[in-house]
Design a protein around this ligand. Structure first.
Ligand code: 48F
Length: 256
């Protein structure tokens, strides 16, 4: 009966997909623009990479532009990435381009998945796997389980490297520091917390701050700003794209 076939098709293919991703090269926590760009370049380099995002629709803060005015701004330094993802754009002012935020977000996702990355939506990463003072995987649960406060254990996914792309809260960095009595590679040894807005400094620092913050744990995007205590930058997205590409390049180099 077609009714059973529909259900079986979903269940079989879903669990095959999940099983293929139990042992990753890179687990990316957070499918915001920086995490998606990282996934694209890592997958393009032939690495096994998955994004885990707690929302039904990954894409983070890119869908809504600013104040839900669905346009974004990207500066010329990052326009080669915009072109690589086939996002249509218009020059706006010196060194600045505007584009549709929905087209931009969906293009990032489309190309990351087509390059070979897997996206697991509705997954909340609630912890990391931590062995011999290294981060080596993620602990995942259904977002609705956590939202309902249900007492249900999570599942474990091993990864050679984990990227914290969780945005303003830098959740993975916070969790690793809080639970394991270790120091992150920051001024305080902990998450410093992002500073108030300064566009040019924030954009430069988010790229500078993209790095391995603890053995096995990298940061990109706003998580990189928040962990190091550098300014937020608002709805200009070049820094996010450049940070995503930089973290991918660092890991690709490491795994050579
Ligand atoms: O915040 P977010 O868009 O990440 P980003 O790549 O980009 C920041 C910009 O959108 C914007 C900005 C630009 O100038 O300032 O804010 O740094 O997306 C983060 C994603 O991580 C998911 C969350 O649902 C969002 O889609 N996320 C956060 N914590 C978890 C998580 C978690 N513990 N488990 C799974 N997903």
């Amino acid at each position: 009966m077609i009714e059973t076939k529909v259900s079986r098709g979903i269940i079989q293919s879903y669990f095959e997909k999940m099983e293929r991703n139990l042992n990753l090269d890179v687990a990316i926590v957070g499918g915001g623009p920086s995490g998606i760009v990282a996934a694209y370049y890592l997958a393009k380099a032939g690495l096994k990479v998955a994004i885990f995002d707690r929302k039904l629709s990954p894409g983070g803060g890119m869908w809504g532009g600013a104040m839900m005015f669905n346009q974004i701004v990207v500066q010329s330094e990052a326009m080669d990435i915009v072109r690589e993802f086939g996002i249509r754009h218009e020059p706006y002012d010196e060194g600045l381009y505007v584009m549709d935020s929905v087209e931009s977000t969906s293009s990032l996702l489309y190309h990351a998945v087509h390059a070979g990355a897997t996206v697991f939506n509705c997954y909340s990463v609630e912890d990391v796997i931590f062995k011999q003072n290294e981060v080596c995987g993620v602990v995942v649960n259904w977002t609705p389980v956590l939202r309902e406060g249900l007492h249900v254990d999570p599942l474990n996914i091993l990864a050679r490297f984990v990227i914290d792309g969780t945005g303003h809260d830098s959740e993975m960095c916070r969790t690793v520091a809080r639970k394991n009595g270790i120091s992150l590679l920051t001024d305080t040894g902990d998450v410093v917390g992002e500073r108030s807005l300064d566009v040019s400094v924030g954009e430069a620092e988010v790229v500078n701050g993209t790095r391995e913050i603890y053995p096995g744990l990298y940061v990109c995007g706003m998580a990189a700003s928040a962990v190091s205590g550098t300014p937020r930058m608002g709805p200009i997205f070049g820094g996010m794209l450049l940070s995503g590409r930089k973290v991918a390049e660092q890991i690709i180099e490491r795994l050579k």
